[in-house]
Design a protein around this ligand. Structure first.
Ligand SMILES: *Cc1c(COP(=O)(O)O)cnc(C)c1O
Ligand code: SF4
Length: 408
C-alpha cells in the first residue's frame, strides 16, 4: 500500500471515529432517577457551578483550572449541565469540551486589543436589549442567562451577570421599536438563551412579534439543543411550530457535542418543520483542525443541521488562549470546499472588531481577473480560465492563450 493511501485510510478512520454518535451517559450521576435526568429543570438545578463541584468530579484539575474556577464568578460564571459535563474527558486536560467550559486563570490575561464588547453591540443599540446593526434585521436579547457558559463568550460583558451589567430587557420597549421600524423584517432572538424561557413566556413573545406585519422571519440562536437536549420537548416543538417561518441556529463546535440525545432533540425540531443552522466558533485546541471540522460539519448534516457560519474568535477580553489564526481558519476552509458536500461548507466570517458586522473571509480562488478572462483554481489547485469580454459579456472569439500562472 502506498503511503498516500495509508494516509487517507488514517484520515478516514479518524473521521469516522469522530462522527460516531455516543450517548452522553450518566457519568457521576448514575444514581439519579431517569425522570429527573430527563427533566430540563433538574439539569439546570444540578449544573456544575463551583470549584468543589468540579473537584468532586474531576480529581486532576490543572492549577490553571483551579485558579480559573476560583475567579469565574468575577468574570463569567461557570455552569455546566450534567448532560454536557459528561462529555468532558477528566483524564485529558486538553479535552476539547473541557477547554470550552472550564475556566482558566489565563482568562485574566488581557491584551490591549481585546475588548469587553468586541462587536460593538452596545453602541448599536437603539433601546436596551436590541442591537440594530444591519438594515433589515435586529438582534433581540431575551435574557442574560444560558444553560451553560462558554469561556470565549463574546457577550460575557452581560451574560451570567458576573460583571454586574444588570441586564434587564424590557420586551415591551424592544417590541415597540420593531413595530415602529418597518425596515426590520427579520428578528433574531438570542441572549443569553431564549429557550430558557418557559413555553408560555416564549409563546407570548413570539405571538407579539408575529403580530407585527413587517416581521417576516424569526429565528432563535440557541445552544440549548446542545447543552440541554432535554429542553427540546414535544410541547416546546408544538409552540415553536405555531410561528413559522421560524428557524433555529444552534451552536456546536466539536463533533463530540452531537450525542445521540442531541441528535434526537434536533430531529424533534426538524420534524416540527424548523430549518436548522449551525454557528461554530473557531477555537484553538477545540476545532482548529481540518479533520475535526470536517467531522463536525458532516455530522451536523446527519442531524439535518446546515452549517452556516464559522466565526473567527472575537477579541473578547481574556480569550487569547482560545484563539487561533485567520490563516489557520482559511486552511481549514480550503479543506472543506470541494472536499465535502456543499451543504456542509459554512461561511467563515470575522465579526469586525468595534462593530462592523460579519465580514466573509475566503480562500482566494481567483488568481487573476483580466480584461478577457478570469483565471481561477479549483479545490485541487488546478488552474482554469473563464473567458469574458471587458464589458462582462461572453467572448465570441477565443482569447489568446496565456501561460499558466504558477500554482499558489
Ligand atoms: C449576526 C447578527 C445578525 C444576523 O446576521 P445574519 O448574517 O443574518 O446571520 C443580526 N444582528 C446582529 C447584531 C448580529 O450580530
Ligand atoms: S451559549 Fe452563547 S451566549 Fe451563552 S455563553 Fe455560550 S456563547 Fe455565550
Amino acid at each position: 500500500m502506498s503511503s498516500a493511501n495509508s494516509d487517507s485510510d488514517h484520515h478516514l478512520n479518524q473521521l469516522l471515529k469522530l462522527k460516531e454518535f455516543q450517548p452522553s451517559g450518566r457519568g457521576t450521576w448514575a444514581d439519579v432517577a431517569e425522570a429527573d435526568w430527563e427533566d430540563w429543570r433538574w439539569q439546570l438545578k444540578n449544573r456544575v457551578s463551583s470549584l468543589e463541584g468540579l473537584q468532586s468530579r474531576i480529581p486532576d484539575l490543572t492549577p490553571q483550572e483551579i485558579e480559573g474556577a476560583r475567579l469565574a464568578d468575577t468574570k463569567l460564571a461557570m455552569a455546566i449541565t450534567p448532560h454536557f459535563f459528561n462529555l468532558i474527558d477528566g483524564n485529558d486536560p486538553d479535552c476539547p469540551i473541557r477547554r470550552q467550559m472550564l475556566p482558566s486563570v489565563q482568562e485574566t490575561e488581557t491584551a490591549p486589543w481585546e475588548m469587553g464588547d468586541p462587536c460593538g453591540e452596545d453602541s448599536h443599540s437603539p433601546v436596551p436589549g436590541l442591537v440594530h446593526r444591519y438594515p433589515d434585521r435586529v438582534l433581540f436579547l431575551v435574557t442574560d442567562r444560558c444553560a451553560a457558559y462558554c469561556r470565549y463568550c463574546t457577550r460575557s460583558r452581560l451574560v451570567s451577570n458576573a460583571l454586574g451589567y444588570d441586564f434587564r430587557p424590557n420586551f415591551k420597549e424592544q417590541i415597540e421599536y420593531i413595530r415602529r421600524t418597518p425596515a426590520v423584517r427579520d428578528v433574531l432572538l438570542s441572549g443569553g438563551d431564549a429557550l430558557l424561557l418557559s413555553d408560555s413566556k416564549l409563546r407570548q413573545l413570539l405571538t407579539e412579534l408575529r403580530s407585527i406585519p413587517h416581521v417576516e422571519f424569526i429565528r432563535i440562536g440557541s445552544r440549548i439543543p446542545i447543552f440541554l437536549p432535554q429542553r427540546i420537548t414535544p410541547e416546546l416543538c408544538a409552540v415553536l411550530k405555531e410561528f413559522h417561518p421560524l428557524f433555529i441556529s444552534v451552536h456546536a463546535n466539536h463533533p463530540r457535542e452531537l450525542t445521540t440525545e442531541v441528535r434526537d432533540g434536533l430531529a424533534r425540531l426538524a420534524d416540527a418543520g424548523i430549518p436548522l443552522g449551525n454557528q461554530s466558533v473557531l477555537l484553538k485546541g477545540v476545532n482548529d483542525d481540518a479533520v475535526v471540522m470536517k467531522a463536525l460539519v458532516q455530522k451536523l448534516l446527519m442531524c439535518r443541521v446546515r452549517p452556516l457560519y464559522i466565526y473567527q474568535c472575537d477579541l473578547i477580553n481574556g480569550s487569547a488562549h482560545l484563539r487561533t489564526s485567520v490563516r489557520r481558519g482559511l486552511e481549514i476552509m480550503e479543506q472543506l470546499r470541494g472536499h465535502t458536500t456543499g451543504y456542509a461548507v459554512p461561511q467563515y466570517v470575522i465579526d469586525a472588531p468595534g462593530g462592523g458586522g460579519k465580514v466573509p473571509v475566503n480562500p482566494n480562488y481567483v488568481l487573476s481577473h483580466n480584461a478577457d478572462r478570469v483565471v481561477i483554481r479549483n479545490f485541487e489547485g488546478k488552474v482554469f480560465e473563464y473567458p469574458e469580454a471587458p464589458d462582462g459579456t461572453p467572448l465570441h472569439s477565443p482569447p489568446d492563450t496565456i501561460e499558466e500562472p504558477e500554482l499558489v
